[in-house]
Each structure stands twice: as structure tokens, then as C-alpha cells.
Design a protein around this ligand. Structure first.
Ligand SMILES: C[S@@+](CC[C@H](N)C(=O)[O-])C[C@H]1O[C@@H](n2cnc3c(N)ncnc32)[C@H](O)[C@@H]1O
Length: 345
């Protein structure tokens, strides 16, 4: 991760702005935070909060700071903090979930960078929960509801919005996916290009780094009968659950593993083949270090003679790292702004 805080980290710090400005006191009972991340004000809370985070690197960062992290917060809270995702349906679903977790008289408080849809998010919360108050700082908006009585809210709308990011069939029913995960409603063009390079003779134990909802693993197991095991590594818990579902039909034939894991930390297993369409940003700006760390993790985890098949935007600076880490490097395809590399140990 870069040293400079990204916009989402700035927005997270600003969740404390209403309390610091004296316009909204922290409650005396524990609050809950959906999509929580490290923030300096957490230590100033009088009660331990309930922190929900499904993205492994952020969950791990909270754990390093001494916090317990929930995959799914449960209970009733006097204050629900929300750091909504960028995808609008997924953000609406988060607000609706937050309202479902409120104690009577509780409030929802959110902070969103302007460049990541602050105005729409604010309007969405107001549609669901009535007028909000707003503060602006550091190119972010911080907004919160009045004390709410769940009995007076439009429960039909809340239920409908909660379902907005529910898993659903895509690609003519071949896969299950949901808003909020990478390329949620389609096969990503770069991944399709990599899948096109999968020779039917590929064999042995394989891994997919950043497996998303499971497309590459599915393509590998459909095309290559010699593959005996597949481990999917993915940081986003929601995507990993989809991959588990989408690959289930192969469970009787191969050993499948699904790991909620930050690939930058290295891999626990050894493999004959690794596939990856690595992430290239965590905030808004491109972060080549992410993909480079994926390449390093693959090089460490491949058996001698093992191969990495990697696809990336053609302009990303991966070639030097591939050359440094592997003895053989071949450009398999260059098309539509993407490159597929095959590297061998
Ligand atoms: C470009 S997407 C590819 C997804 C999937 N393979 C596909 O073809 O649709 C990269 C994936 O890496 C995941 N990811 C991002 N950072 C990660 C990390 N540090 N460790 C593991 N996975 C990560 C993202 O959540 C995303 O699903």
C-alpha cells in the first residue's frame, strides 16, 4: 500500500468529524462500522466497537492494531458507521443493511470521498432514512441521519435495497455473481484472453491468485483434464464465496481450496501452475507494486519447472520483475491493450 493515505482512508478518518466538531456525540454503547479500516479515532471510543471488514488486507491491518474483526456484524447498535463501496447498488445495499442493524433511536453516519460518489451516496441515504446533516472536509462529505425509529421507515424499500447486491446468475446462468466484486456482471476481457491461452495439456496442482468470482479457475478446470487441484486465493470475502459456489461442480474431480488471503504475504502451498489477472489498484491510482508482489508470490510458490500465466494491461511495468524472477519468459498474446505472459521457473 502507498504511504500517502488514499481518499477512502481520509474519509474513514473523517467519520470522527461530527463528534470532534461537537455536533454529534459518540454513543455510550458500542457502535458498529461496516467496511471498517484503521483510523486514529478508534482508540478514543469509550466502548469497543463492532468492526466488519471483508477485504483481507484491511481486516489484517485492524487485527494488527488489536481489534477483533467480524465478517458479518450482528446485533442492534445506536450508531452505524458506513464506508460504502463505490459500486452504487452495493453502496445502497450497505445503507439498507445499516438500517436493519439500528437500535430504536439510532443513527447512520457515513463518509465518502467526493470523487467516489459522495453526493449520490448522500442522496441515497436520505431517500432511505429521511433528511441528513452534512459536513465537508478534505474533498469528502460526512453525513448522518436523525435518530431513527425503524418502525417508521419504509421497510419495503429497505428490503428491496438490501437485495440490490444479492448474488444472482450471470452469463446465461453459467455463473453466480453479485454487485461490488470485480467485473461482477461479465467475464473480464483480460481474463478471457488469458483463458484463451490455456493449453488442454496443462496438468498438476494449480492456483489462481486474486480469483474473484472464479472465472479463470472455471476455465482451467473445464479445459484441462490433467489439473488435479486448484487453490483460489482472494482478498475479498464476498468474491471468494462466489468462487466456491461457481467451482463446486468440479469438487468430485479435483481438490479445491478457497483462501481468504492477502497474496502479497506469499502463498502457503507449492504449485505446478499459477494463473493470475492481478489487481492493479487499491485506491484510484494504478499501483504496479500490487501486481509485482503477486508475481513475486507466484515465483516463490512454483515448483521447479512450474509455470505462471499472467495477464495485465499492456502498459503496466511487470516485464522487468518477470525477467528477474523467472528463467524463461514468453509473451503469449498482446491484444486489446492486454498482454498475456507465460513465465517458467
Ligand atoms: C483483476 S481482478 C481478477 C479477478 C478474477 N480473477 C477474474 O478474472 O475475474 C483481481 C482480484 O484480486 C483481488 N485482490 C485485490 N487485492 C488482493 C490481495 N492483496 N490479495 C488477494 N487478492 C486481491 C481483487 O479483489 C480481485 O478480485
Amino acid at each position: 500500500m502507498s504511504a500517502k493515505p488514499d481518499a477512502a482512508a481520509t474519509a474513514a478518518e473523517l467519520l470522527a468529524l461530527p463528534s470532534e466538531s461537537g455536533v454529534l456525540a459518540w454513543p455510550d454503547a458500542p457502535l458498529a462500522w461496516l467496511r471498517a479500516r484503521p483510523a486514529t479515532w478508534l482508540r478514543r471510543l469509550r466502548q469497543r466497537p463492532v468492526l466488519e471488514q471483508g477485504f483481507r488486507p484491511l481486516a489484517a491491518a485492524l487485527e494488527r492494531d488489536g481489534w477483533a474483526v467480524e465478517r458479518e456484524a450482528a446485533g442492534r447498535f445506536p450508531l452505524l458507521l458506513v464506508s460504502p463501496p463505490r459500486q452504487r447498488e452495493a453502496a445502497r445495499a450497505q445503507f439498507a443493511r445499516a438500517l436493519g442493524l439500528l437500535a430504536p433511536g439510532g443513527r447512520v453516519l457515513a463518509a465518502v470521498p467526493n470523487a467516489e460518489g459522495a453526493r449520490s451516496a448522500e442522496a441515497d441515504l436520505a431517500t432511505l432514512a429521511g433528511p441528513v446533516q452534512t459536513l465537508s472536509k478534505h474533498h469528502c462529505r460526512v453525513f448522518w441521519t436523525a435518530p431513527l425509529d425503524p418502525a417508521t421507515l419504509d421497510q419495503a424499500r429497505i428490503a428491496a435495497w438490501q437485495a440490490l447486491d444479492a448474488p444472482r446468475p450471470i452469463e446465461d446462468g453459467r455463473f453466480l455473481s453479485r454487485p461490488g466484486v470485480f467485473a461482477w456482471d461479465r467475464i473480464d476481457a483480460a481474463s478471457a484472453l488469458l483463458a484463451d491461452c490455456l493449453d488442454p495439456g496443462l496438468a498438476g496442482e494449480a492456483a489462481d491468485l486474486g480469483c474473484g468470482w472464479g472465472y479463470l479457475g472455471h476455465a482451467l478446470l473445464s479445459r484441462c483434464p490433467g489439473i488435479t487441484a486448484l487453490d483460489g486465493f482472494e482478498a475479498e470475502a464476498a468474491a471468494l464465496e462466489l468462487a466456491r459456489h461457481n467451482l463446486a461442480p468440479f469438487a468430485s474431480r479435483v481438490r479445491l481450496g478457497f483462501h481468504w488471503h492477502d497474496v502479497r504475504a506469499g502463498l502457503p502451498g507449492r504449485y505446478d501452475l499459477i494463473l493470475s489477472n492481478p489487481p492493479f489498484h487499491q485506491g484510484r491510482a494504478a499501483e504496479p507494486a500490487l501486481g509485482q508482489a503477486f508475481i513475486a508470490a507466484a515465483a516463490e510458490a512454483l515448483r521447479p519447472g512450474g509455470r505462471l500465466l499472467l495477464v495485465a494491461n499492456a502498459h503496466l511495468p511487470y516485464e522487468a520483475v518477470l525477467r528477474a524472477r523467472f528463467s524463461e519468459l514468453r509473451l503469449r498474446r498482446a491484444e486489446a491493450g492486454f498482454k498475456v505472459y507465460e513465465a517458467q521457473r
